[in-house]
Design a protein around this ligand. Structure first.
Ligand SMILES: Cc1ncc(C[n+]2csc(CCOP(=O)(O)OP(=O)(O)O)c2C)c(N)n1
Ligand SMILES: [Mg+2]
Length: 613
């Protein structure tokens, strides 16, 4: 039997194969490829991408890390049903992506990383940018991707593609092990010709499966839920990835169990559902935290119980508390001694509900929820004009955006004051919240906003970014300008790393090296963010008041390019409501009295930690 083959370079084979991997909806799973070329990808992958044209589009970014951030935000917005690829040269282009790859890994999001790699044939070694390891000839800079990829491979022969590409897609579309894939592609191999079987390039549909739970685990869960007096549901990001938002509400309603939403899970259901008590944990609402503190049964659904969710395990204080965990990953389902139920959230909630029949948990007090709503209204209210010239707080900025937000609005952020403040205070419409708080990576914001808008052009994307995060990475703004991807950036300038400054104070430290005023500089900077953003072609302006901010966000809706609205804020006030202790290790010896006080506070809270059920 002769097998029909087609002669292609390995790079041509890779892009041809990627272009025919489809979703059930008939779209490419890999939407396109972000690329910055250099040696190690320009001649091989670069030529192949040019050749394939619109069948797998290529987009040029400004920085490998941030173009990967855009890819990550795209996949998160589309609930992991589609992804993008990112390719770089060898060396610094590749290692620039390691942070983004880690971010995707922590958040369990699919991205295909294709860094160029050194020559497999080793003829020209050491090539420009090659790491030379004295003791291990197989080491390259791309080994940095190994611990932060869901699947890592190095393509050292053209025929490796036959096995590694299907594995790559299998990983990215597997809901239990989903994460970034790194295919480090040796540069000589990219250019090498090979006779690939024609059948390899037949279009293939990748279905994202929904694993059934084990009926015995469902029965176990039903039994503990029946016995619980004060159960609470922790609704995590897995609820969104499983598209189980309505199922979660149906379950909560049928069995009279209130729910709280984690950072990754926030916005799965609208804030105003009567059973939605807000967010739990370090940056949680008072109503959610009261519920969690008293709960005798904590039902995690699609959550990995990150420390912000658990208040560093000091939040669930009921001595009789029991943890259960519904999760696709056995790893998460069995965490901390929880009673596991491994399965897809949507399917599992249905099975569990059937097992519970007409069981309803005892009545609970909903007053805390009403009180909390009043608190939110109070702290986010526009400031009274008192003529004193005080700067608005970040929380008042949130209030301004909230008052003009619509059902179309998606707010997003990643690091700084705003993620915590938004988790506590933002009243999210269903699907209106995008927070990268698995890795909380400064510099995700601007590029992430572009990724969200690319995934959902019908949405209004509002990006909150601090002056610090903006300074760290902003240049994809230029990409968004040239690609005509509009979103609104609300840049809160408090002249430094405000949230870390507050953390430093809380931990008993001196104010040091966070705000410019406390840093080793000759002159205090006056960074003109408006001029900076405008120089990249964005619409940029500064507003002097909360009322003006509201008005300018509305006007920005009509633009085809990003709008950057800068507002000076007061760095001192925190959220002023809600919250819970966070374990940040305080020096255990020496120091002035403020350190001693912080230490006493720390020890008191650490005593509340319960790290195993
Ligand atoms: C890449 C990265 N480096 C450092 C940190 C630690 N960090 C978290 S928030 C923050 C300061 C953020 O400052 P800014 O963006 O101005 O926000 P603000 O807190 O002032 O509102 C720092 C340094 C991080 N999360 N990510
Ligand atoms: Mg700041």
């Amino acid at each position: 039997m002769t097998i029909k083959t087609i002669r292609l370079t390995a790079a041509q084979a890779m892009v041809k194969w990627l272009s025919v991997q489809m979703t059930e909806e008939g779209e490419r799973f890999i939407d396109g490829v972000w690329a910055i070329f250099g040696h190690g990808n320009v001649a091989g992958i670069g030529e192949a991408l040019h050749g394939i044209g619109d069948a797998l589009p290529t987009w040029r970014g400004q920085n490998e890390q941030t173009m990967a951030h855009a890819a990550i935000a795209y996949a998160k917005t589309l609930k992991r049903t589609r992804a993008q690829a990112v390719t770089s040269s060898i060396g610094p282009g590749a290692t620039n992506m390691v942070t983004a790859c880690t971010l995707a890994h922590v958040n369990r999001l699919p991205v295909l990383f294709i860094p160029g790699d050194v020559f497999a044939n080793r003829r020209p070694d050491p090539v420009l940018q090659q790491v030379e390891d004295f003791g291990d000839a197989t080491v390259s800079a791309n080994d940095c991707f190994r611990p932060v990829s869901a699947y890592f491979d190095r393509i050292m022969r053209p025929e490796h593609l036959l096995t590694c590409l299907p594995r790559a897609l299998a990983t990215m579309t597997d809901p239990a092990i989903c994460g970034p894939v790194t295919l480090a592609f040796c540069q000589d191999v990219q250019a090498e010709a090979y006779d690939y079987p024609e059948a390899f390039f037949e279009p293939r549909v990748w279905r994202i499966r929904r694993p059934e739970p084990d009926p015995r685990e469902v029965a176990d869960l039903a039994e503990v839920i029946r016995a619980a007096k004060r159960p609470v549901i922790i609704s995590g990001g897995g609820v969104i990835y499983s598209q189980a938002e309505a199922d979660l509400v149906a379950f909560a309603e049928a069995h009279n169990i209130p729910f709280v939403e984690t950072q990754a899970g926030k916005g799965a259901n609208s804030w105003d559902h009567p059973l939605n008590f807000g967010s739990p944990g370090v940056t949680g609402s008072a109503s959610a935290n009261a519920l969690c503190a008293e709960a005798d049964l904590v039902i995690g659904v699609g959550t990995r119980f990150q420390d912000f969710t658990t208040g560093s395990w000091a939040l669930f204080r009921n001595a009789a508390r029991r943890l259960v965990s519904i999760n696709l990953a056995g790893y998460d389902a069995t965490k901390r001694g929880s009673l596991p139920c491994v399965g897809d959230a949507k399917i599992t909630l249905g099975r569990l509900s059937a097992a519970l029949g007409d069981h309803r948990a005892p009545a609970f007090d909903a007053q805390s929820r009403t009180d909390w709503r009043a608190t939110v209204a109070r702290v986010t209210a526009a400031p009274e004009a008192d003529g004193a010239g005080n700067l608005p707080s970040d929380v008042q900025v949130i209030g301004a955006v909230q008052r003009v937000a619509t059902e179309r609005t998606v707010v997003m952020c990643a690091a700084g004051t705003m993620p915590g403040a938004l988790q506590v205070l933002w009243q999210a419409a269903a699907g209106g919240y995008h927070m990268e708080y698995g890795y909380s990576c400064m510099g995700y914001e601007v590029a992430g906003a572009m990724g969200i808008k690319l995934a959902r052009p019908d949405k209004e994307v509002i990006c909150f970014v601090g002056d610090g995060s903006y300074m760290m990475a902003n240049s994809e703004l230029a990409t968004a300008v040239m690609r005509r991807v509009p979103f609104t950036v609300v840049l809160t300038d408090n002249r430094g790393y405000g949230c870390i400054n507050r953390l430093q104070i809380e931990c008993g430290g001196a104010e040091f090296n966070n705000m410019y005023k406390d840093s080793n500089v000759e002159v205090q900077p006056e960074i003109d963010f408006v001029a900076h953003a405008a120089a990249m072609g964005a619409h940029a302006e500064k507003v002097g008041s909360i009322a003006e901010l509201e008005a300018r966000i509305v006007v920005a809706r009509g633009r085809k390019i990003p709008s950057v609205i800068v507002i000076d804020t007061d760095a001192v006030p925190g959220t002023g409501a809600g919250g819970h202790w966070w374990d940040v290790a305080v020096p255990q010896a020496g120091g002035p009295e403020r350190l001693e006080r912080a230490r006493a506070h720390y020890n008191q809270n650490a005593a509340e930690q319960r790290t195993f059920d």
